[in-house]
Design a protein around this ligand. Sequence first.
Ligand code: GRG
Length: 291
Amino acid sequence: MTTTNFPTFVKTWTPRINSYLKEHLASEIDTLQLSKIMAYSVMAGGKRLRPLLFLATRQALNLPLDEAALRAACGIEFIHTYSLIHDDLPEMDNSDLRRGQLTSHKKWGTAQAVLAGDGLLPLGLEWIATGTQSAKAIAIMTDAIGPNGMVGGQYLDIDATNNQETANDRDLIERMEWRKTGCLLLACVEMPLAEVKIEPALQADLLTFARSFGRAYQIYDDLVDVLETSQEAGKETQLDEADGKNNTLTQLGVAASRKRINQLIQQGQASLHGDYPVLSGFFEILKRVLA
Ligand code: GRG
């Protein structure tokens, strides 16, 4: 079924993603307790934004939304969940709450949480490989999450924390936020694009959409930290300032950060030319933090 609007797309595909994740996490991991610890974080909710973006891009490009696509989409969610588990560790952001429940290390112990994340990363890559049958997709994903992508962004984030030298360095913070969060979101659009031959102009437009959304999403996430309660956000909030984090929000303040999100939304929407209502709907998520 082809869905033409974002809420219907989310309502249709989120339960399918959740069912596939639940069933296959249980049946494809033979150490019961490890599978339980991995499932604890994966199945705790989460918006499934990245698999939805991957599937919505496939739909926009008239690629099949079959079981193989669903498997690859769920592989992306594993990789995202690994990053959340590791990001929450005492040696990283030291968070107690994630997705409305205790973080993995708080519930199961640090070694168990590290291993649950370590298990999700290769399993995610395996699901993307078997789902897409594409070496290109794996290259896109490993680039996006490696030292020049998500892990590199996380490194820069830690390096910039409580660091006066970087507090006012806009370029560094832009690079850090893009790598930490934008790269993985961009990969969700790049992987389907790698499967099709389309007009270079259309390809450029879809990449502009993905870059605008990916860039805006980290600023949105940092605004959630200051504007929402823990209960509203499902994770601890009001942490970044106390932890000495440097980000777009600490550099520019709330009003200018909202302005930047608005600019990115306009840029991303313009690149879609009103042609892709499901992709365009992803920007609605960001509006939650705009006054
Ligand atoms: C420790 C080897 C090692 C690597 C660390 C932890 C890490 C690599 C990278 C972290 C990157 C990170 C956690 C970025 C934040 C991204 C972000 C905005 C997360 C929130 O995503 P949502 O809003 O959350 O989609 P849900 O819960 O809805 O999925």
